[in-house]
Write a protein of this length. Structure first.
Length: 277
């Protein structure tokens, strides 16, 4: 536990951070973050690394909500970590990517867990109810429908490099869960046997169970931007595959590139392209 004097100092630091966000001054907010700091917004499934990416995220937030504000509800500290419970709100008077201004306001609770190094945020992880915000803004249904990964995708074997994947043909089925996705992958393996696996989870980088594939127990997904997701597959807690999934700007092609490690420890670089059906 932090000493009483450290706790007082950290609590003041936390208050100053929220005051900076409420000031709408980009550089003032940025001054609280380490040059190589990492800001993870788990509700949005986004990760910002370094000051330039964090600066762009702050600018985007203030552009969408010109009266953005944050208020502390409670606070905890321990050694080099602080945990801040807050309320955030604002009026959606500015356009955001894929979300034209609605003029409506929102107010949601959230929590920030921050690791400090020499008075700067080295890593911040934010958890809040994005679905509630979108519902208050009247955007939830539209955002769910706008996920470019949603739909049916057929693997184009001729354009793919499938060594190590054991796939003769296949298709991916994706259904939106708001800030996550439910997906199924079915097809025929190289021995002519049909298969189907199923997975559902949030875009938060957390491992969720995968059913139907004897080589994979869990998978995690994290959204980098609207059209890009990175995923990690594990077996008994050990990584067996990593992929980057990208939907083309026209929404017609899904490309997955990554690495697979088989049961013998052999590595394969895999690429498969899928056409929207």
């Amino acid at each position: 536990m932090a000493t009483m004097s450290q706790d007082v100092e950290m609590k003041q630091w936390a208050k100053d951070l929220l005051a900076a966000w409420s000031s709408l001054e980009v550089e003032r907010v940025l001054s609280f973050y380490d040059d190589d700091g990492v800001f993870e917004d788990f509700a949005l499934g986004r990760v910002m690394r370094g000051k330039e990416e964090i600066r762009a995220f702050i600018k985007e937030s203030f552009s969408g909500f010109p009266d953005f504000r944050m208020e502390m509800k409670s606070f905890l500290s321990s050694h080099d970590h602080v945990c801040i419970e807050w309320m955030a709100g604002g009026t959606h008077n500015g356009n955001l990517p894929g979300m034209p201004a609605t003029g409506k306001s929102f107010s949601v609770p959230g929590v920030s867990v921050i690791e400090l190094a020499q008075g700067k945020a080295k890593r911040e992880a934010d958890y809040w109810d994005s679905a509630s915000m979108l519902r208050q803004l009247g955007l939830l249904a539209a955002v769910m429908a706008a996920d470019p990964f949603v739909g049916t995708w057929k693997v184009n074997v001729a354009k793919s490099k499938l060594e190590g994947l054991g796939l003769k043909s296949g298709a991916i089925y994706c259904e939106s869960l708001g800030n996550g996705i439910k997906s199924g992958f079915e097809g025929v393996d190289i021995e002519g046997k049909p298969f189907r696996s199923e997975w559902s989870g949030k875009y938060d980088g957390v491992d969720y169970p995968l059913k139907g594939n004897p080589n994979i127990d869990t998978s995690s997904m994290k959204k980098i931007d609207v059209n890009t997701i990175v995923g990690v597959d594990k077996k008994a807690g050990k990584e067996v595959a990593t992929f980057r999934y990208t939907v083309s700007k026209d929404g017609k092609t899904l490309t997955a590139t990554g690495k697979i490690i088989d049961s013998k420890g052999l590595e394969y670089n895999v690429t498969y392209e899928c056409d929207k059906q």
